[in-house]
Design a protein around this ligand. Sequence first.
Ligand SMILES: O=C(O)CCC(=O)C(=O)O
Length: 284
Amino acid sequence: MTDNQPFVVSRIDEGQILLQARFQDLGYLFFKRYVPADTCSGLLADLLAQTNGQVAFDRTSGLPVLHGRPFVESDPDWDDIYPRIQALESFHRFFHSEHTLELMRLVSGTEVFVYPMKMARISTPGKVGCETPPHQDAYSHHAGPTMAGIWVALHDISTPMGRVKVLPGSHKGGVRKVFSAAGVGGVQCEIYPQDTTWHVADSDAGDVLIFHSATVHKAEPNLTDTTVRMSVDTRFSDYGAPVFFTNLEPHHGWRIAGLNWERVYRDWKSKDYQYYWRDYPNLF
Ligand SMILES: O=C(O)CCC(=O)C(=O)O
């Protein structure tokens, strides 16, 4: 039986020692409204503008709504939309703001390296069974213990929209065996009989979830009729920690023809965050 408990909410003013201890204990930290709401709504508008109207902002609910066919990561509709999202300068810059870097440094206790690969999640209704299965990023990103995921809600997210949930403390047991599974990523990790209590919560726009590389996490299905859940995430590690080369590509660059950095950077106004990892000292 699965038991959902609410995320333990963290606050910056609790201080680094307590926050780092909680991170090492639970394997995650959840901060309410850390990213300003207007930053989130600006990025959400940029993302929606790339969907050819298939997902649009509904002014009444303040939420993204599906107008076309449902789709999931790697479907033809998603493959059409996603390269345009990946090409957004605002999307890539989002995780490099001083405000967000400060949070990563607080958790890491040192300078951090933000992974080049940035992910946007578009979870539409009508795709139950395709949601991200339980997994550990240490496996999927070939990363060590100082790597962490940072996930940001771009709008308010309620239970039926399909939230991201974590298995608290699961990072302490190391990297688990994996097997093929339905859903985004196509791989899931082993879940033990005692893994019954998950932590999860509804989010406000700008809520941030940071999770340890070995913390088991997964997405819930989107059970709404029309609402689309949209969020963004990336990975970071202590500056100097080994970073595996597959994280240096645009997300899905390995399977979508032409989705490479030349394409991504083509219309950017600034070169600031282009190829910034090339002098990173520990790529493998
Ligand atoms: O947002 C989602 O649907 C999945 C997020 C996730 O599993 C991840 O960031 O690794």
